[in-house]
Design a protein around this ligand. Structure first.
Ligand SMILES: [Zn+2]
Ligand SMILES: [Zn+2]
Length: 283
């Protein structure tokens, strides 16, 4: 009984091996080996440039092999856009078109037809041309805590914003206050962000960004602290005074807070006037 099981198993295994060898013979000898051959190694990462890809079957010696029937070749790319192609009966080649994206960097291509696989690599090249800084707000008080956000973007020669498959590291500096440094623009994203924090010194903060050989600068005004008002009587009050010359009362501090009904600043809950805008608070 056991011998019988073993021989059935052996026959089955042999049968499987024959099928596999036949399939492999068919795939690699009759059909030929699948090859992807980009006709250009690179194009700009502009979202419109194309790379023609020669999709071909070749024999073990590298000679193109005509197909006995239509062969569908599924194509995938890590970036950009590509469609499947059919190598028609009687031909050995089809041309696929890879359209670039706005993501710059190496792109890997994969082709598949049955059990056959092929790889190729191309490059979407970024003509990095300009660093763009978007700063908001462009005026902050010199209180040592106010912040301004600095968004950094990269433009190509044609004025398109572009991104990279590698990380971009942008060096940041400022002539006043402090700024996040460096800023990383992650792969596939179009911007990075730095935070400028004011110091106690007033003046122009020149923010400078550097990426490789590119530089960009923009100014932020670090201005005098805004006027302040007495929380008891609403009279203007100098920054360094705690006792109001008008009502002779000291300024209020409280753990409880509320929002000013006029400018929405956060003020002590029992303030009668907002110290930021001077507005009388409802009782
Ligand atoms: Zn007062
Ligand atoms: Zn207010």
């Amino acid at each position: 009984m056991q011998e019988e099981t073993i021989s059935i198993f052996l026959i089955f295994s042999l049968f499987l091996v024959v099928i596999i060898i036949t399939a492999a013979f068919h795939e690699f000898w009759i059909k030929g080996r699948l090859l992807l051959n980009p006709l250009k190694p690179n194009v700009p990462c502009d979202g419109i440039s194309n790379i023609p890809i020669k999709v071909q079957f070749v024999d073990p010696f590298g000679k193109p092999r005509k197909q006995k029937r239509d062969r569908l070749v599924e194509l995938r790319s890590s970036s950009g856009n590509i469609q499947n192609v059919v190598v028609p009966e009687g031909k050995e080649t089809a041309i696929a078109v890879l359209r670039s994206s706005n993501i710059c960097g190496l792109v890997s291509l994969k082709g598949r037809s049955g059990i056959q696989k092929a790889h190729a690599r191309v490059n979407f090249i970024g003509n990095v041309e300009e660093l763009v800084l978007e700063i908001s707000p462009t005026k902050i008080p010199a209180d040592g805590i106010s912040i301004s956000s600095v968004v950094i973007k990269v433009k190509d020669r044609k004025g398109n914003f572009i991104t990279s498959q590698d990380e971009w590291i942008v060096e940041m500096s400022t002539t006043l206050g402090t700024i996040t440094n460096p800023v990383k623009i992650s792969p596939g994203t179009f911007s990075g962000i730095a935070i400028l924090t004011s110091g106690k010194e007033t003046g122009i903060a020149t923010v400078r960004a550097t990426l490789g050989t590119l530089h960009s600068e923009k100014d932020v005004v670090i201005e005098e602290l805004p006027e302040r008002y007495c929380m008891n009587c609403g009279d203007p009050l100098k920054r360094d005074l705690n006792t109001c010359p008008n009502c002779k009362k000291t300024q209020i501090s409280d753990n409880e807070i509320k929002e000013c009904n006029s400018c929405t600043s956060i003020i002590p809950a029992n303030a009668m006037f907002c110290d930021r805008c001077g507005a009388k608070q409802p009782v």
